[in-house]
Design a protein around this ligand. Structure first.
Ligand SMILES: [Zn+2]
Length: 385
């Protein structure tokens, strides 16, 4: 059964490659040579998947993460085939979490924190002040690299010692200079080693503090988590059918959530003032986008939503960026759900970090690195609202 699932994902991935659609995100298995086949149409994928879901129901060692992953695959495939389902249902069946507005009091509290952090480094809170901040704190290629490496060399040994995980961490960092939209990209190479790429092209503004949050998110989050999962699969503690990760299914909740909120769980402050600002501004950004994402899917007008975003983060993004984000949040089969998971996972995980003691926080992070927890295990398991 496990092999059938793995084969299914490799075959589907090969079909979608020419369409620019990535089915497999991390390949933690390196079994691609054992399963050289390929699907020839999405209809064929669908038939195979329906059969697989049916067979998995009767599988004695069934695991509910894998069940959720297969359901996510079906909803995503249907969306790629042009089917449009209700937004709440779509996110729930792909990411495993029901969309929910972040309450106003949480946003206000985070807004005050961000304002204080800007003040601490010498800035007010307005569109003009943000422009001045950008002008004075955009990093050069050399500064990005220097700040990232410096942060990583401090955080990584500390996080590994804190979690006391015996893992064989294999990853490579590359700085590239490409005229594309992404600033950082994490993937696996043919051997399954993790490759972190940072794009220092001047097209994207890298602001002071941001490389620190990336060292935390990409290395202490994704690289450690994926390496640990790989090892747990090897030791038989996680089903190997989970070894081809997808960004449209529930593992994204723990991956992106832990990546963005790890500093809330770690007992010491590792970030500089600019790093704290970057992490907290990002948190406010994804929480407000969570609400914007629901609003656009409920049919609210773009101008109303952009005004809403601007009340929290004046001038934080260009108008065109916000337009594009909102269009994708409504219409793009992947981003309609994947983009949504950042806000909702941060919302629940910060809430959790605030109610746990230091020991419990550590145990929670270890649990996320040694297992693939579903959003429901996290949310209901800790009675989060
Ligand atoms: Zn990430």
């Amino acid at each position: 059964m496990e092999d059938k699932i793995i084969e299914f994902y490799y075959k589907w991935d090969r079909l979608e490659k020419p369409n620019g659609v990535d089915i497999v995100d991390f390949n933690l298995l390196q079994k691609q040579d054992n399963f050289p086949g390929e699907f020839h149409s999405r209809q064929e994928v669908k038939e195979a998947l329906l059969q697989l879901i049916d067979q998995y129901k009767a599988f004695p060692q069934k695991n509910h993460f894998i069940e959720a992953k297969l359901t996510a695959a079906l909803y995503y495939l249907n969306a790629l085939m042009g089917e449009r389902v209700d937004f709440y249902e779509y996110v729930e069946k792909t990411m495993g979490v029901r969309p929910k507005y972040v309450p106003e009091e949480i946003l206000q509290k985070q807004l005050e924190k961000v304002k204080d952090l800007y003040k601490e480094v010498g800035y007010g809170y307005s569109k003009e002040e943000f422009e001045r901040f950008k002008k004075e704190n955009t990093l050069s290629k050399e500064e990005i690299e220097r700040d990232f490496v410096k942060a990583r060399d401090i955080y990584l040994p500390k996080i590994l010692a804190w979690l006391n995980l015996d893992i064989d961490l294999q990853y490579e960092t590359q700085f590239v200079n490409l005229d594309v939209y992404w600033m950082n990209w994490t993937s696996t190479d043919a051997k399954g080693n993790i490759l972190l790429r940072f794009n220092t092209h001047p097209r994207n503004a890298w602001l002071r503090g941001f490389p620190e949050t990336l060292a935390m998110h990409e290395v202490c989050g994704h690289a450690i988590q994926a390496s640990s999962w790989k090892q747990e699969m090897h030791n038989g503690n996680i089903p190997i059918s989970a070894g081809l990760t997808n960004v449209f299914s529930p593992e994204s909740f723990t991956c992106e959530g832990i990546g963005d909120t790890l500093s809330w769980f770690y007992p010491e402050q590792l970030f500089s003032s600019f790093g704290q600002l970057a992490a907290n501004a990002r948190n406010l950004h994804v929480l407000t986008l969570n609400n914007a994402h629901i609003m656009i899917n409920e049919g609210k007008g773009k101008n109303e939503i952009k005004e809403y975003l601007d009340t929290y983060m004046p001038g934080f993004e260009k108008d065109e960026t916000r337009d594009k984000t909102l269009d994708e949040a409504r219409n793009d089969p992947l981003l309609r759900t994947y983009f949504y998971v950042y806000g909702i996972s941060s919302y629940y995980l910060v809430q959790l970090a605030e109610k746990l003691n230091d020991e419990e926080k550590k145990e929670f992070v270890i649990a996320n690195y040694q297992n693939i927890l579903t959003p429901q295990e996290i949310i209901q398991g800790h009675h989060l609202q």
